[in-house]
Design a protein around this ligand. Structure first.
Ligand SMILES: CC(=O)N[C@H]1[C@@H](OP(=O)(O)OP(=O)(O)OC[C@H]2O[C@@H](n3ccc(=O)[nH]c3=O)[C@H](O)[C@@H]2O)O[C@H](CO)[C@@H](O)[C@@H]1O
Ligand SMILES: C=C(OP(=O)(O)O)C(=O)O
Length: 431
């Protein structure tokens, strides 16, 4: 078993360069598969989901690998049948993007149900609704589903709720469809815009990305290009939070500050001082934290993926904070672990009521998903003693070199393996 061990840190200080966005990278890698020529992507992080995508690509005849320069090369010219191993598909969330990306080319895509972080309910009905509207048929089996279309035809699609995954998947499917597709009530996330920009560079005709109405005029040919993924706003937000958590000053560099607007607004409310330049944001602790109210929403609202790290910070803000997750009302597994560290949090119907200000104590805790992991790491930076966090595989889905990055800011943090002789950690409680 492997785990991360973190000790209390007073005043993390310094600058971290923010890597490419995981969520955008996964969409761009799929988008590149639509091309008729090789595509190169710059800034794709070395995370677990990327490695599974490369394995799947290799299985079906697409070349997808990291070159010695660090760029990722994708050559989809020799794709065979799009039949994707259900086990591999279930190892991450966005295996469904292979459907949008390969349906027009292959006429049939067989893929396992998506995995990724488990928030109890993560339906993909809107993906199917859009695909069917474009002329596809969908058949469900126990471990996989099959999507078929002789020809995709442009269509008018209204999403019942705002979903970044279904918006991106529908763009992918519509790019080679015949005629015009209009996506209404579309997600405005930076990852949607990033995908549209790459596709337009490849020769697609997409307009309106970043608004709630996206229009796609189908094209027959997509050319190769080289493109850089946007920086990871969720990693950047977590590092800014770490300044408040430890009473320090942390700068995130190589970011797009506008992508962090809702996070910055909340951090200011909580009492941090924020300075922004063209491509960097610095968070300074002012020594005092204030309780607040947070409601997650789709972009440009406060991201559900930052709800968990922010909850760690609010355990240290004296007073009563209220955190509601409207996107994933059951995304509160981190709360059970924070309680093991002494946090006073009540959970009721998609809302966490935090009585902040009580000191946290280091303990053995378990990361159940990507952002629960970073939440516990942040809590560990403020807790008396040592915190040991299991569930490292979740960190590996979201963060490249997270331990080194926190160390560079002055944190006493390390990664351990029970083969080194620390078997007592096998007793860790997961409830
Ligand atoms: C790889 C990736 O990009 N993951 C992100 C993506 O996940 P993902 O793309 O899965 O999330 P969506 O944006 O699709 O989900 C938004 C909301 O719509 C609902 N919904 C979605 C699709 C659907 O067919 N039916 C439906 O009801 C979901 O349950 C959720 O309440 O956006 C989430 C919300 O910002 C983030 O937490 C994830 O980090
Ligand atoms: C929920 C997340 O990831 P995924 O959708 O890939 O499971 C996340 O990045 O926080």
């Amino acid at each position: 078993m492997r785990w991360i061990e973190v000790e209390r840190a007073s005043g993390l200080n310094g600058t971290v360069k923010i890597p490419g966005s995981k969520n955008s990278s996964l969409a761009l890698l799929a988008a590149a598969c639509l091309s008729d020529e090789p595509v190169r992507l710059i800034g794709i992080p070395e995370i677990a989901d990327f490695k599974v995508m490369c394995e799947i690509a290799e299985d079906i005849g697409i070349q997808m690998y990291r070159e010695s320069s660090g760029e990722v090369y994708i050559d989809p010219r020799h794709i065979q049948a799009a039949s994707i191993d259900p086990h591999k598909a279930a190892m991450f969330r966005t295996s469904y993007y292979f459907v949008g990306a390969l349906l027009a080319k292959c006429g049939k895509v067989t893929v396992g149900y998506p995995g990724g972080d488990d928030f109890v309910k993560r339906p993909i009905d809107q993906h199917f609704k859009a695909l069917k509207s474009l002329g596809a048929s969908v058949a469900h089996y126990q471990h996989h589903y099959e999507v078929k279309a002789k020809e995709l035809k442009g269509s008018d699609v209204y999403f019942d709720m705002i979903t970044s995954g279904a918006t991106i998947n529908s763009i992918l499917a519509a790019v080679r469809a015949k005629g015009q597709t209009v996506l209404r009530n579309a997600a405005k996330d930076p990852e949607v815009v990033d995908t549209a920009i790459l596709l337009n560079q490849m020769g697609a005709r997409i307009s309106g990305a970043g608004t709630d109405t996206i229009r796609i005029e189908g094209v027959r040919y997509l050319r190769g290009c080289t493109y850089t993924v946007i920086p990871d706003r969720l990693i950047a937000g977590s590092f800014l939070i770490s300044a408040g958590m430890t009473g320090g000053a942390v700068t995130v560099e190589d970011v797009i500050p506008e992508h962090l607007n809702s996070c910055i607004a909340k951090l200011k409310e909580i009492g941090l001082h924020i300075e922004t330049s063209a491509n960097a944001v610095t968070a300074y602790s002012t020594g005092a934290l204030r309780a607040t109210r947070v409601r997650t929403a789709m972009y440009p609202g406060f991201a559900t993926d930052l709800q968990q790290p922010l909850t760690a910070l609010l355990t240290q803000a004296p007073g009563k904070s209220i955190i509601s997750d409207r996107i994933y009302p059951q995304r509160f597994n981190h709360v059970y672990q924070l309680r093991r560290m002494g946090a006073n949090i009540d959970l009721r119907a998609g809302t966490a009521f935090v009585k902040g200000g009580a000191p946290l104590r280091g303990n053995l805790v378990h990361a159940t998903d990507i952002r629960a992991g970073i939440c516990l790491l942040l809590a560990g930076l403020a807790a008396e003693g040592r915190t040991s966090i299991t569930g490292i595989q979740h960190f590996e889905r979201g963060y490249e070199n997270i331990v080194e990055a926190f160390r560079s800011l002055g944190a006493n943090i390390g990664e351990h393996d029970s083969n080194d002789g620390h078997m007592e950690l096998l007793q860790v409680t997961r409830s």
